[in-house]
Design a protein around this ligand. Structure first.
Ligand SMILES: [Zn+2]
Length: 168
């Protein structure tokens, strides 16, 4: 059996040189963005995909440009003589009224419009009522025919499911 010995006559290797010679490894792929719904742990909530301009139009009857805008607060207990309510374009960002310091997601505005609670108070029965109100306002309940918003949502969720694996 041969014994391999370290060759001490060779120059020591400069670790910095080695480091420079080896290319940096690729950074790890970014973690898949996880959508967190504080009200509905786990499970897809199609209604959560509705963008704020659409649900403000459907629930509060106010026209908001698809890019979002400041609008007069539509909440019944806030007489807003200015445009204090910011409606964002993205569902994740939701809305916020700087006048009455309330905001959140679709269920918050749905509940407030119906005289219910919002934010942390919007739970259990109150949340179920808000969700029903929102679904009805969006034409989600008992909609047998295809309404434009429903089609839009179905297309959106189909797209999400198909990406990025394969397209059929
Ligand atoms: Zn307000």
């Amino acid at each position: 059996m041969r014994v391999l010995r370290a060759d001490r006559s060779r120059a020591l290797i400069d670790p910095d040189q080695v480091r420079r010679a080896i290319p940096d490894p690729d950074p790890p792929p970014p973690a898949r963005q996880r959508r967190s719904h504080s009200y509905q742990a786990g499970g897809e909530d199609e209604l959560a995909l509705v963008d704020p301009p659409s649900y403000f139009r459907a629930l509060a009857g106010v026209e908001v440009p698809t890019g979002g805008d400041m609008i007069p607060c539509p909440l019944p207990d806030h007489e807003d003589s200015h445009t204090s309510c910011q409606v964002f374009a993205e569902a994740e960002r939701g809305w916020w009224c700087y006048g009455c310091a309330r905001g959140g997601r679709m269920y918050d505005v749905a509940s407030l419009l119906a005289g219910g609670p919002w934010g942390r108070e919007l739970r259990h029965d109150a949340f179920a009522r808000a969700r029903e109100f929102a679904a009805a306002g969006l034409g989600y309940v008992g909609a047998s025919s295809c309404n434009p918003l429903r089609c839009h949502l179905q297309a959106a969720s189909r797209e999400r499911r198909l990406r990025p694996e394969h397209d059929s």
